[in-house]
Design a protein around this ligand. Sequence first.
Ligand code: NAD
Length: 279
Amino acid sequence: MAVIIDGKKLAQQIREDLKIKCEELKQKGIKPRLAVIMVGDDKASQVYVRNKSKACDEIGIEFEEHLLDGDIQQKTLIELIEKLNQDDSIHGILLQSPIPRHLDINEAFRTIAPEKDVDGFNPVNVGKLSLNQDTFVSCTPYGVMKMFEAYNISLAGKNVTVIGRSNIVGKPLIQCCLNKDATVTVCHSKTKDLKQHTQNADIVIAAIGKSKFITADMIKLGAVVIDVGINRGEDGKLTGDVDFDNVYEKASYITPVPGGVGPMTIAMLMNNVIKACEN
Ligand code: NAD
């Protein structure tokens, strides 16, 4: 039976620490402020933005929301980002994805000033991560790394298999694990014999988006299993990418869904806003 990595509790501790840092900044006359841009009315994004706003409130970070119509032109989005870049009262800028398909999200990420890019999606910050330089690491991978740290799980020399290669989760995770001296294997939808790669892993990180896809037979006895996936079933219940009940019997550490990586993501966003402010 595995130790359950309690992301909710860890995130709460991080938020408490950030509250103190935020108060210290305010005493120096600096008010940390996050600007969030949302384009269109994606329901899931509305929930995510609401949660970010609540977390800011709790810590004492000022929050401003910019809601843009789904049919805006690229120029409008870019001009807003440029305006926020120049506004000295704003320390962090976040563009909530997804945005409507007619817009170029890459240009938008490129436009966010690297020093305000609290999501770590600007290519400058992505490049710095790949060079193992201090930067804003995107929040979900950063949250996973914090979990390893908090539970004293060393990555050096370990075989880590990351399943998923998205720009926001899989790829930065690969880089983070490499920066910690792991031997990293990357799997994705075109990988042949996925099981061979997961069975060989001391640490498996699943970021796929398929409910209960990683089953106990795919995992080595005593492996650490990190579940990034968030899947909502027809009954409204959340499940991860890992078949928790069965993998739990075999793993040494495991993250639950909900209550695992999810809360860490928001905590690390808050961390990045305070960091941007301190910088
Ligand atoms: P994505 O759809 O961009 O990427 C999914 C990846 O899974 C792709 O690289 C794809 O190649 C891979 N994949 C798909 N089918 C596969 C298969 N059969 N075998 C091996 N690999 C396969 O998704 P994403 O944005 O990276 O998110 C992944 C999951 O993580 C989703 O469930 C998402 O909701 C969740 N997520 C959670 C958090 C959090 O805070 N916990 C944050 C972001 C994303």
